[in-house]
Ligand binder design. Structure first.
Ligand code: ZN
Length: 200
């Protein structure tokens, strides 16, 4: 191994560096524990992400969105907007295709079976129209419920969090209260603990 202090190549059996005296044993230990930590800390890997429950993933996503200022209300508004735009595009496509088809047919010289196909091309506009309607309905009715739910949640969430942290927060350790300062039968044995306590 290479000594981290002076960079010289040292034997793996050495406890201390021959050149600078650095504690190579301690270095090896740190490296070994760090390696095992990295190997088995699944919570930080993509594997954990993969196995993370859907609910947790959604919770994280909404939390990130909340931090970015994307509230359910904003999302609902965007959804309705997208619905109106997509629906209008659908109607526009239908009108365009209908007028175009009529023009082609009136232009003549097209076999009757092709005319029938061209005459129905405007139906393609139904796809964006239906997508738009879907977004609109979702924004108006489904997302409205989600917004209401999200409005109710923040009122209960911070409280619950505060209570939770308050319950789990311990006061700073004060070892003196465990050792009666004056009338103690263990006075003699705990003296050294008290004297070394604050340093540790
Ligand atoms: Zn060294």
């Amino acid at each position: 191994m290479f000594c981290p202090q002076c960079g010289t190549n040292q034997s793996d059996e050495l406890k201390f560096c021959k050149s600078c005296g650095a504690n190579l044993y301690a270095v090896r230990q740190v490296v070994a524990t760090r390696e095992t930590d990295e190997k088995f800390d699944w919570s930080k890997t993509w594997v954990a992400e993969m196995f993370m429950s859907g609910e947790e993933a959604i919770r994280r996503k909404t939390e990130i969105e909340r931090l970015q200022g994307i509230t359910p209300e904003v999302k609902r508004y965007d959804e309705i907007k997208a619905g109106v735009i997509t629906g209008c595009v659908g109607i526009g496509v239908m009108i365009f295709l209908y007028v175009l088809a009529e023009g082609i047919i009136l232009g003549g010289r097209i076999p009757p079976h092709v005319t029938e196909i061209i005459r129905r091309l405007w139906v393609a506009g139904v796809i964006p129209l239906m997508v738009g309607i879907g977004l609109l309905v979702n924004g108006l009715f489904v997302s409205k419920k989600l917004v209401e739910m999200a409005k109710r949640q923040p009122q209960t969430k911070p409280d619950a969090l505060e209570k939770g942290t308050a319950q789990h927060t311990l006061r700073p350790a004060d070892t003196t209260e465990f050792v009666p300062s004056e009338f103690s039968v263990t006075e003699g044995t705990t003296k050294h603990l008290r004297s070394s306590g604050p340093k540790a």
